[in-house]
Design a protein around this ligand. Structure first.
Ligand SMILES: [Zn+2]
Length: 173
């Protein structure tokens, strides 16, 4: 099935073969797809490659779906060395939507000092508004902006907890 394995294929052939899977999936841009089509028509070796891939893909398409045995997870885990198992901890922890990941908030917003300074600014603005030192609207704006980092961090952590408690429980494992 492997054609031309003895000698390295010319660059144009290698480029064409790299694109064959996408070509068959019809996900190549039109121009590249045409280039593959034209090259394969001229090049016997690449034509052979494409034909082999086509047979392989058709075979895969017609394979019946295979259900994993019930003890699949247990067997995989039993075969994994303990250190690797520990290193896989992030994979085992429940996945949450990207918005609920810590990293989705900018680092500065998660920084403790920014959150505290924001709250102090907000408190100062509200105090100023209450005593009539600052105009109401401006003070409220400062207060709202000041609370934002702390609020977003808290809201995110709360949503994450709710998500893990509700959605994850309903996913069968
Ligand atoms: Zn070729």
């Amino acid at each position: 099935m492997m054609v031309g394995k003895q000698q390295p294929a010319p660059p144009v052939c290698r480029q064409t073969r790299e694109k064959m899977q996408d070509y068959l999936d019809q996900t190549l841009p039109k121009r590249e797809s045409l280039a593959v089509f034209l090259h394969v028509r001229e090049c016997g070796e690449c034509h052979g490659h494409l034909a082999a891939l086509q047979v392989l893909f058709e075979g895969l398409d017609h394979m019946p779906p295979v259900a994993a045995p019930d003890d699949f997870d247990a067997r995989v885990l039993a075969a994994v060395p303990y250190e690797t198992y520990l290193a896989m901890a992030p994979l085992r922890s429940p996945r949450v939507p990207v918005l609920l990941e810590h990293d989705s908030l900018p680092t500065w917003a998660r920084s403790r000092s920014v959150r505290i300074v924001g709250l102090i600014a907000a408190a100062a603005a509200l105090a100023a508004a209450a005593t009539g030192v600052a105009a109401g609207a401006a003070a409220w704006t400062v207060a709202a902006v000041g609370c934002l980092p702390e609020l977003s961090v808290r809201l995110q952590s709360l949503s994450r907890r709710v998500y893990v408690a509700t959605v994850h429980r309903s996913i069968p494992r």
